[in-house]
Design a protein. Sequence first.
Length: 266
Amino acid sequence: MSRPIDGHLARKRFGQNFLVDQNIIRKIVAAIAVKAGEPIVEIGPGLGALTAPLITAAGHLDVVEIDRDLIARLKEKYSPEQITIHEGDALKFDFGVLASKAAGGLKVVGNLPYNISTPLLFHLADYAAGVKEMTFMLQREVVDRMVSAPDEEAYGRLGVMLQYRFHMAKLFDVPPGAFHPAPKVTSAIVRLVPKAPEELDCSDDLVLSKVVTAAFGQRRKTLRNTLKGLLDDAGFVALGIDPGARGETLSLADFVRIANYCVERA
Ligand code: SAM
């Protein structure tokens, strides 16, 4: 078991790895670049490594935290003018309530708990319309999947579905030594900026999700097999897509064309 930090024992079940490297903290806060009065929410403030400088810059911060001990500390340290604490699970949190109050869009940030990062990214994608930008620390391997391109090893459902909604860029790596306790893997900072409504050219997101999930469901199988029931021979011909190819060769634009074709034919 690792030694306590500030009298708190890190809880594995909440994915707690606290940032302790001041240079890295400064670099992340600079990347977030929040202005005074700008609406911003931090997921998992923990012991406040990012929270403190973000409050200094923004004046006020909303936070979503699940750990009651950490919530008690935040309440002691900050006044209600500085922080609004939403106690509970970020996976169930309605970010739309904050987004609807945020003229110009909400900034969402966090050193995300690794054990829930993928479902959390999908949850947050639902609120993209009300978000200005999101800046997250994640396992580098997850960031690589998010920004991957066709034919790359990391390319899959996570990348395609998030690239449909967001422009994304990996900003920089963060080594394990920047945290206590140190995780086993390298982390990375990623920025997600929601695409404008006119860039979202799929007529039904649920159909897109269905097509992408099917295409990557069995990686070794050809599209003829994985898309059975969704796209017939005539569809492959009409779209000019090779039924003998595999899902990982298709671009985001190809997936959108397939989904739109399915919607038209339904
Ligand atoms: N922001 C702090 C830092 O950078 O040092 C802590 C980051 S730590 C990796 C993740 C934080 O998310 C912890 O404070 C943890 O308690 C919190 N957390 C874990 N699961 C959560 C959930 N489902 N909803 C909200 N917060 C969660």
